[in-house]
Ligand binder design. Structure first.
Ligand code: AHR
Length: 547
């Protein structure tokens, strides 16, 4: 059973003289903690289930599309959440993918089995006609205004194949860097050769892809190329050498592992740390391997909405492993964390498509709040929700229609409202305890309220995004704002009838963001946050912060 631990006597007993509510948020706009790296709001698309085909891409000429099949409705929805960065083509798929299959005239591209996912059946691992490949991905990210992040094939690919992909994306025609023969005797020519191929395919200008991942979850038995950390580190160095030879400006992301693979991160750092720019971490809660039968119960609700604390612990742990490694170095080398897969995930069927509820949106909001903090204090340089469309997705599509789930709404709220500068805030609130659920442990004293306070760069707008995780109670909260002269305010409330509420094609706004009126001026007031909601309080001032 879930219990609320702290109940204010003042509120519980009728007739008592009203005083401050037990819930309080204090914000000091003068105390800017730092600038939030926008890449924490990133996304991920993979060749799996209905993510690429029927999601991003359509082969149906009746569906409005651009560039031969990129769905217009999906582009419009993705644009609204202003994705800074999108990872592609996997995931597990990337360790089986040969990028040459996905370039050139679409009609002549080969049909290939989805080697990463076919074991789960044609619904999850359908045969791939390769109509969506590198050029289509780049078009897609350009249309939605994101930066591309490509993940190369470490599992069944070679350093030469990866370097040629870098060349195809980034080289100029006169780049004579020799890539050469791979171990199977295939000649990958020079970087300029691939620049000419890109030009022949209609793209004379280099794409300038900055972020490149080398392999995916190579520590796991399920992954093509599964190996030991020392072997991975050795391979990583070879990939690094050739890929950076083609383009020394790229940033390389190495495979890191969650803390239940305790030896992986220290070892890859020890043997190849100096060659990496990012160490990747993935975390899903309550996690597939526990075979959870997830319900809409209050118990499961509290475990899921408390799970950002599990994510925080994991990221802090990785941060401390990196720090420890750095302290052993003679010359400083900075490595950031790429938290490039995260979500609520508990069943294989979600790999085809999944319609997430408001509860899951509250988890996502909790993670975004902590990512804002850890981007500054704990080297989180990037994070990518897994995944963007249909497959454990933020956006859901039918053949001809699309809508945003509560996950999409959370991203929309943060991208529209959150400022670039994180500001010091302190929250005290009622607490709850949650039960163990998969990799979410039993926890006591989880705060009902979680607040992120941010300012825009001009320091004219102060934004509080407050999550009320209480299953059923609205929480009156005393808010104190220091050093910001509030002149006017706006409220955007993300909520739905119950934590289990979902949107669907018949009603795309069961869960929605509603703009509400607020008449607040001054620095102290009580605001009541509704149950299971995420609220953005946006305050404007005529003056900048008091000097
Ligand atoms: O996001 C789905 C899959 O989950 C990814 O391909 C893999 O990296 C992870 O295990």
């Amino acid at each position: 059973m879930t219990h609320l631990l702290i109940l204010s006597l003042l509120f519980a007993s009728a007739g008592t003289v009203q005083a401050s509510p037990p819930n309080q948020i204090t914000v000091d706009a003068e105390q800017v903690i730092g600038q939030i790296n926008p890449n924490i709001y990133g996304h991920f698309i993979e060749h799996i289930g209905r993510c690429i085909y029927e999601g991003v891409w359509t082969d149906n000429p009746e569906v409005p599309s651009v560039y031969g099949g990129i769905r217009k409705d999906v582009v419009e929805l993705v644009k609204q959440i202003k994705p800074p960065i999108i990872r592609y083509p996997g995931g597990c798929f990337s360790d089986t993918y040969h990028w040459l299959d996905g370039i050139g005239p679409r009609k002549s591209r080969p049909e290939k089995e989805n080697l990463a996912w076919k074991a789960f059946g044609p619904e999850i691992g359908p045969v791939d006609n390769n109509h969506f490949g590198t050029d289509e991905f780049i078009q897609f990210v350009c249309l939605v205004g994101a930066e591309p992040y490509l993940n190369v094939n470490f599992g069944s690919g070679t350093p030469e194949e990866a370097a040629a992909w870098v060349a195809y994306c980034n080289a100029a025609k006169d780049n004579n860097t020799v890539i050469g023969m791979d171990e199977e005797g295939f000649d990958w020519q020079t970087a300029g050769f691939w620049a000419k191929k890109r030009t022949e395919n209609g793209h004379p200008e280099p794409y300038g892809v900055k972020y490149w991942g080398i392999g995916n979850e190579i520590y796991g038995f399920w992954e093509t190329g599964f190996t030991q950390p020392e072997k991975y580190a050795e391979g990583f160095k070879k990939f690094h050498l050739l890929m950076k030879k083609v383009d020394p400006t790229i940033k390389l992301i190495a495979v890191g592992a969650p803390s239940n693979y305790a030896k992986w991160n220290p070892r890859v750092l020890r043997f190849a740390g100096e060659y990496m720019d990012y160490l990747s971490i993935h975390l899903y809660v309550p996690a597939l391997e526990y075979a959870i039968k997830m319900t809409n119960s209050e118990e499961h609700y509290y475990s899921v909405v408390a799970a950002p604390l599990v994510v925080e612990k994991e990221l802090l742990q990785v941060g401390s492993v990196i720090k420890e490694w750095q302290e052993s170095l003679e010359e400083k080398h900075e490595i950031l964390i790429a938290f490039d897969e995260w979500n609520v995930h508990w069943a294989h069927k979600q790999f085809r498509e999944w319609n997430y509820s408001l509860r899951d949106g509250l988890f996502v909001a909790g993670v975004l709040n902590l990512l804002q903090r850890l981007a500054i204090s704990n080297r989180v340089g990037m994070a990518n929700l897994a995944q963007l469309i249909n497959v454990i997705g933020a956006i859901i599509t039918s053949e001809t229609d699309a809508y945003g789930s509560p996950l999409w709404l959370v991203f929309k709220l943060y991208r529209d409202q959150a400022g670039e500068l994180l500001v010091k805030s302190a929250t005290t609130s009622e607490k709850f305890e949650c039960e163990k659920l998969g990799n979410i442990p039993e926890m006591e004293e989880v705060p009902c309220l979680d607040c992120s306070a941010t300012l825009d760069k001009a320091k004219k707008k102060l934004n509080l995004i407050v999550i009320n995780r209480h299953f059923s109670a609205a929480l009156p909260t005393q808010i104190y704002i220091k050093n910001f002269l509030v002149k006017e305010g706006e409220i955007y409330e993300l909520n739905g009838p119950s934590p289990a509420s979902v949107n669907d094609f018949e009603n795309k706004e069961v869960v929605k963001i509603a703009k509400k009126d607020i008449s607040i001026s001054g620095s102290q007031f009580v605001y009541t946050f509704p149950a299971h909601s995420v609220t953005a309080l946006v305050f404007a001032t005529e003056n900048t912060i008091r000097e």
